[in-house]
Design a binder for this molecule. Structure first.
Ligand code: AN7
Length: 398
């Protein structure tokens, strides 16, 4: 069943619908599988390990074996901050971001519905992922990208997997409005995170975290927030496992936004349930350069209901955290992902995150998604002759 998150109106699971016909709010999928967690034992480490919780026909699954991503204990950084730190490395997914989890379920649903064209607007990763899964499923794929603002690795992926890529004069929010209008005309099946089936895949991040911790909830999960789908999805996953009796506690959901694109943080600071859109969002973390998050109500509920938190970080803090994680722990992530680490550092300094807390930071996309930002942060390599004496002299000078 699909259900409105505001007025509760219910819709059949196979209806193509993105917002409630009664009240206009967004929707969620309701699923209550009656299984023991023992069924997960000995299954392959992909998100389909939890297939009973995925509301699609098992025989139609379109997968690149997404999920089952590394859950790295980061003792060096953790000790420095006085916490127990784990980093969930979503850049290890097939196309290099967490979006693959959502697209696997979203494209499977598209196959069930028999649609022939799928589409999305994107700051980059959603389009890269959709293009790959659409290729695997053999359906036409149209993506709308804000012109000149998409990191090159993501643009290359969308084009290379054969999507029809349209560069929209405007920002992400405007592109999303345009593609939503196309979807409502029936021109394509929309696979932005307003489509509740996307979040059904992404909730598996929450499943994996508590499974990896031996069926325990961490104290806190920190992640970057853009269109706000992921924080909503993870909270949904956590609650499903909590309701099923698999875990006894739930984490404080902590969302981090860039200072130049922070409508959710602004709402939390005022204790409100509605956001005021940011009309000209700006940040080096182009993935989260979003001013009017579609899932803001779900995200705000996640933050309030979990006794969580939301805060901003500056571009400088993002880039410095990106480098720190790469050099101290060997984990290379794109700028948006580093917002979670930058946020953690800020919240430890402010005493919001307490000493000894067990914290999971989700790093959402791979370093090489945004190669230009990575290269710009480094000095040019020294040019040398392939001469052992000269090379040795250089090494010993350092
Ligand atoms: C690396 O690709 O919105 O809060 O169009 O790529 O669920 O939107 C990307 C979002 C965080 C924010 N980290 O997640 C898109 C897009 C990375 C991202 C986010 C995105 P949401």
């Amino acid at each position: 069943m699909i259900k409105c998150i505001s007025c509760g109106k219910e819709y059949p699971i196979d209806e193509i619908i993105y917002t409630c016909k009664e009240c206009g709010a967004i929707l969620e999928v309701i699923i209550n599988p009656d299984v023991s967690k023992d069924v997960f034992d000995c299954r392959k480490q992909t998100m389909w390990k939890y297939k009973e919780f995925m509301p699609v026909d098992e025989s139609k699954i379109v997968s690149l074996e997404e999920g089952g991503t590394p859950f790295c204990k980061c003792d060096k950084l953790g000790e420095e901050l006085g916490i127990d730190l784990y980093v969930k490395v979503e850049g290890s997914n097939p196309t290099g971001s967490f979006k693959d989890r959502g697209m696997s379920v979203g494209i499977t649903k598209a196959m069930e519905l028999g649609v022939n064209t799928v589409g999305c607007a994107s700051t980059g990763n959603t389009s890269a992922s959709l293009a790959a899964y659409a290729a695997r499923a053999g359906v036409r794929c149209v993506v709308l990208l804000p012109s000149g603002k998409v990191a090159l690795g993501k643009l290359a992926q969308a084009m290379f997997h054969g999507a029809e890529v349209l560069s929209v004069k405007g920002n992400f929010d405007e592109a999303l409005e345009a593609v939503t209008a196309l979807a409502l005309e029936g021109q394509l099946y929309l696979l932005n995170s307003v489509n509740p089936f996307r979040l059904e895949g992404q909730k598996s991040i929450g499943f994996e975290i508590v499974d990896d911790l031996g069926w325990k909830s961490p104290d806190r999960i920190i992640l970057p927030v853009g269109n706000a789908g992921n924080i909503s999805a993870i909270w949904k996953g956590i609650n499903e496992f909590y309701e099923a009796g698999f875990i006894e506690d739930r984490p404080m959901m902590t969302g981090i936004q860039a200072e130049g694109a922070c409508p959710i943080v602004n709402a939390v600071r005022k204790g409100k349930m509605e956001i005021d859109p940011v009309t000209q969002p700006e940040t080096v973390a182009t993935a989260i350069r979003i001013g009017a998050p579609v899932s803001s109500l779900k995200a705000l509920r996640a933050i309030y209901d979990s006794d969580g938190y939301a805060d901003t970080v500056t571009d400088e803090e993002i880039l410095s955290a990106q480098k720190l994680l790469a050099r101290k722990e060997g984990i290379g992530v794109e700028p948006a992902s580093a917002a979670s680490i930058a946020g953690l550092i800020k919240l430890v300094e402010e005493g919001v995150v307490e000493k000894g807390e067990q914290v999971v930071c989700i790093v959402t996309g791979h370093l090489l998604k945004d190669p230009n930002t990575a290269i710009d942060a480094c000095v040019e390599p020294l040019e040398v002759d392939a001469d052992i004496n000269k090379l040795a002299a250089i090494l010993n000078n350092k």
